[in-house]
Design a protein around this ligand. Structure first.
Ligand code: ADP
Ligand code: MG
Length: 252
């Protein structure tokens, strides 16, 4: 079954200088448990597409046309309150820079705990502690007992991104939106985070929309891929088909 369906979505920014069409008539669907990569050059509309689905667009941007369905139910006109519920329970997001996603004034353990408490307000202290440990272990943070008390500043970029992913997973999402999740990381760390995302998808069965401008990342991760240019998806299909050439070049 399709977990997410987007039909004919167009999004524009309205500035004094005029209208900027950032997303043009985009349609795609996301199947349960799959990784759909959305790939294209910087400025082609990937982030705006993603933000318009989760309704985190800035005020100057408007959805002009289109429909969005989550698990068959139309969510196009959901209110902010309904979207908050969806973002809390079904959609989670991971962005490029983990340091800006984390609160520098709170220990990482508290931040993960806060995300858990949001979904399970009545959870006991003991259960909360074990859930935080479980999430930290799930994302490969070793010595969780010790690390939980540390602050983001003590963490490398890769470790910080693991924390952000732990916070995202607290919601037990059906769809994880990952917008350039490894772009700010070193190549070796990027590889570890990509492996983690593959492992989490396998273990948790969530679907992932992975946004990247990097063909290597796309070819490594995609079950299916959508190629964007100038706000449009100009090609979408199975990864083997789309990345045949790239995969071939990587394994001569
Ligand atoms: N705050 C903004 N104000 C005006 N235009 C914007 C704004 N953010 C994005 N855009 C427009 O939307 C296009 C797509 O942006 P974006 O989705 O962020 O690109 P990317 O594919 O790099 O994620 C940009 O090229 C720009 O024209
Ligand atoms: Mg972007």
């Amino acid at each position: 079954m399709d977990v997410l369906t987007v039909k004919n979505l167009s999004v524009s920014f309205y500035r004094q200088s005029g209208e900027i069409e950032a997303v043009k008539n985009v349609s795609f669907s996301l199947r349960a448990g799959e990784i759909l990569v959305i790939m294209g050059d910087t400025g082609c509309g990937k982030s705006v597409l993603c933000k318009s689905i989760v309704k985190l667009l800035p005020d100057i941007a408007k959805v002009k046309t289109g429909q969005i369905f989550f698990q068959g139910k139309e969510i196009t006109d959901y209110s902010e309150k309904e979207m908050q519920k969806l973002r809390g329970n079904s959609f989670s997001m991971v962005f490029q820079n983990p340091m800006t996603a984390l609160n520098p004034c709170m220990s990482v353990g508290e931040q993960i705990a806060e995300a858990v408490r949001l979904r399970q307000p009545g959870i006991s202290r003991k259960d909360l502690k074990s859930r935080v440990t479980e999430l930290m272990e799930l994302v490969g943070l070793d010595r969780p007992g010790e690390r939980a008390g540390q602050y983001p500043i003590h963490f490398s970029g890769g470790m910080a991104q693991r924390c952000v992913i732990a916070i995202a997973l607290a919601a037990k999402p059906s769809v994880l939106f990952a917008d350039e999740p490894t772009t700010s990381l070193d190549a070796g760390v990027q590889e570890q985070i990509l492996e983690l995302l593959l492992e989490l998808r396998r273990k948790l069965g969530m679907a992932v929309i992975l946004i990247t401008h990097n063909p290597y990342v796309a070819a490594k991760m995609a079950d299916r891929a959508a190629l964007m240019r100038g706000g449009e998806i100009y090609r979408i299909g199975d990864a083997e088909e789309i990345f045949e050439k790239i995969i071939h070049n990587n394994h001569p």
